[in-house]
Write a protein that binds this ligand. Structure first.
Ligand SMILES: Cc1ncc(COP(=O)(O)O)c(C=O)c1O
Length: 367
């Protein structure tokens, strides 16, 4: 038996003719940079999320970087975020000379603990970046309210893992000042390379992001700001457009599979990430909590069941960040980093394979 961690081949087979037709159309018209599919995708994603503006960019990392640049983040500014995330969330802060201020996370969802944010705010705080980890939105209303109480600090949702998720009936990416997502191939909505997008209702921020994406250019060869080469390729936009055909079905499948995993974990007495009632996760990962992770991982690996750890070390303990951040210790994140383990997940995971994963996991955990 061999079960992929994420099955992109079945998805490709299901969409092959549409994806090929979309790619062929780009090859025929030849507008590889900022071709018509770029705007078409942006319009489709605006409608999907309800955000006024969508700007596609080269990756999720670039979406975060461009957002911070558009907000005018300067060296020495502080940006509050979580240490329990992929490195890109904090990397972009440090790249601009700003300081990540790490706030601990909730033990049951692994998302930033909104109750701890207020104590971390100083006169230098210029943005807050909650991450909607594993596909479940962070407590965005509470975070927005705190930001509003402190002089409308901009809030950037790092929604790299949560495109398609909902929070109180609203779509992730459209829950705060800016939402940033990633189309990395393994994300809930992925392309076949690097890609990303940012979303905002704010016209001035949208305009700044559009200019920063093309070297700070307001008109051809008129550079009014410092920018980057941050466009998403037309071909990658075309692929995402083809993938949108099946996306609603995929989200439904992910939710059904995630809920079934929840039931099976509860049945087997295995600790898992909590899904809050006001949120609909897209289960970018299905993550459980174990005290003897290494032993369970090796027993599953011996049976060809791949697993992954997101993330083994909180960012405030990473060598490059330990001396560049503020925020003190984050014991909850440190403990979770030792215990989290993600199981095979995706819209095309079959019922039989899911049951097999759970049975082998049960044997690995309970002996
Ligand atoms: C939480 C988070 N933030 C940012 C990123 C960066 O996205 P990308 O890989 O598209 O640059 C990722 C993707 O891995 C992520 O999971």
């Amino acid at each position: 038996m061999s079960i992929p961690f994420i099955d992109l081949k079945t998805q490709y087979r299901a969409l092959q003719s549409s994806i090929q037709a979309r790619i062929d159309a780009v090859l025929e018209h030849g507008q590889y940079i900022l071709g018509p599919e770029v705007r078409e995708l942006e319009e489709r994603l605006q409608t999907y999320t309800g955000a006024k503006h969508c700007i596609t960019v080269a990756s999720g990392t670039e979406a975060l970087l461009i957002s911070l640049m558009a907000l005018g983040i300067q060296p020495g500014d502080e940006v509050i975020t979580t240490p329990f995330t992929f490195v890109a969330t904090a990397e972009v802060i440090v790249l601009l000379g700003a300081i990540p201020v790490f706030v601990d996370v909730e033990p049951d969802t692994c998302n930033i603990d909104a109750n701890l944010i207020e104590a971390a705010i100083t006169s230098k705080t210029k943005a807050i970046i909650p991450v909607s980890l594993y596909g479940q939105p962070a407590d965005m209303d509470e975070i927005n309210a705190i930001a509003a109480r402190h002089g409308n600090i901009p809030v950037i949702e790092d929604a790299a893992q949560s495109f398609g998720a909902e929070y109180k009936g609203r779509k992730s990416c459209n829950l705060s000042t800016i939402g940033c997502t990633s189309f990395f191939p393994s994300k809930p909505l992925g392309c076949y390379g690097d890609g990303g997008a940012l979303f905002t209702d704010n016209d001035a921020i949208a305009q700044a992001c559009r200019e920063i994406r093309v070297h700070g250019q307001s008109r051809r060869y008129v550079h009014t700001r410092i920018g980057v080469g941050g466009r998403m390729d037309t071909i990658q936009c075309a692929i995402v457009l083809a993938k949108l055909e099946r996306f609603d079905w995929e989200v439904e499948q992910r939710i059904a599979i995630g809920r079934r995993y929840n039931e099976l974990m509860d049945e087997h007495g295995i600790c898992r990430i909590t899904q809050r009632p006001d949120r609909t996760s897209v289960f970018a990962q299905y993550t459980i909590l174990l005290d003897d992770r290494e032993a369970v991982q090796s027993s599953l690996s011996a049976q060809n069941i791949p697993t992954a750890v997101h993330y083994p070390v909180p960012l405030n303990q990473q060598p490059a960040y330990a001396d560049r951040c503020k925020g003190g210790s984050t014991p909850v994140a440190a403990n979770l980093a030792k215990r989290v383990m993600s199981l095979p997940m995706g819209a095309d995971l079959t019922h039989t394979d899911q049951l097999a994963v759970c049975e082998l996991l049960r044997q690995g955990v309970c002996g």
